[in-house]
Design a binder for this molecule. Structure first.
Ligand SMILES: Nc1ncnc2c1ncn2[C@@H]1O[C@H](COP(=O)(O)OP(=O)(O)O)[C@@H](O)[C@H]1O
Ligand SMILES: [Mg+2]
Length: 258
């Protein structure tokens, strides 16, 4: 009997920036410190979190990984080839992905900010499609526009993501209540047990607690690996929740007392 090889991550071990092909490190996106100092970046076989302040380049790098992996840079599955924006950065064309021995059987690039566009695109493709089951069936069957942002996100995570996949998520917590973020952790765990790999840009101290993960901190110094309890997200949230009254009093004190 012929044996089929199990699909198993990691699908991407490492990123290499082909620096000699970059014309100038003075322009976006190459001027961003994490990109300017990038040569090789190792990814965790299960979960890699990209964290750091707003504007440090997390989405830029995630989008470039999506391009290098053959995804639509605007989000969606690999068969989504629509385009609503004029351009994405050329970074993806200069990235080499060091791949594992198997290819993912599933893939998805989830961008919180363009999920609305994906939902619309599904409706358009289902209206135009001849034959074949509607795409919305693989998202649970209910139009993503007829659910709340959080509900449609969860529908995607539960129904559309099938395991054995490479999943790129950009701030998936944006639409999710704390309770649903816990549900996302659980769903990630299931998908990881089915041989998936995640790369996730996040600000959520709940999500970044996933134990089998590497946390990469983006900053003006570049990209550095850090530990969960060392992250600003963990420390600030903990300090606040340990004593909200004290933190609020400090924040709201007149300038000369601060
Ligand atoms: N198309 C673009 N052209 C020029 N600058 C951009 C473009 N897109 C994003 N930027 C800038 O690059 C920086 C990093 O953006 P982004 O990757 O979205 O950050 P993050 O996801 O970490 O918040 C920001 O300062 C942003 O203003
Ligand atoms: Mg971003």
């Amino acid at each position: 009997m012929k044996k089929t090889r199990a699909v198993q991550g990691p699908f991407v071990h490492e990123l290499i920036l082909n620096r000699d092909r970059v014309a100038s490190f003075d322009k976006y996106p190459y001027s961003l410190p994490p990109i300017r100092s990038l040569s090789r970046l190792k990814l965790h076989p299960q979960v890699t979190f990209l964290i750091g302040d707003n504007g440090t380049g997390k989405s830029t790098l995630l989008e470039a990984i999506a391009v290098a992996a053959g995804f639509n840079p605007e989000g969606g599955g690999r068969n989504f080839n629509y385009s609503t924006r004029a351009s994405h950065s050329s970074l993806g064309d200069h990235l080499t992905l060091v791949k594992g021995t198997s290819s993912p059987r599933d893939s998805y690039f989830l961008r919180a900010e363009s999920f609305f566009t994906v939902a619309t695109q599904i409706e358009i493709m289902d209206r135009e499609a001849g034959g074949g089951p509607p795409i919305i069936n693989s998202y649970g069957g209910v139009s993503l526009h007829e659910q709340s942002h959080g509900e449609s996100f969860m529908a995607l995570l539960v129904h559309r993501l099938g395991g054995g996949g490479l999943y790129l998520l950009d701030e998936p917590e944006a639409a999710l209540s704390p309770q649903r973020q816990l549900a996302l952790l659980r769903r990630m765990h299931e998908l990881l047990q089915q041989g998936s790999q995640f790369i996730i840009a996040t600000h959520s101290p709940i999500l970044m607690a996933y134990p089998d993960a590497s946390i990469l901190q983006f900053s003006a110094e570049g990209i550095a690996r850090t530990e969960y309890q060392e992250t600003e997200h963990y420390q600030v949230t903990k300090m606040f929740l340990d004593d909200p009254e004290r933190m609020l009093a400090l924040l709201m004190a007149p300038d000369d007392q601060y």
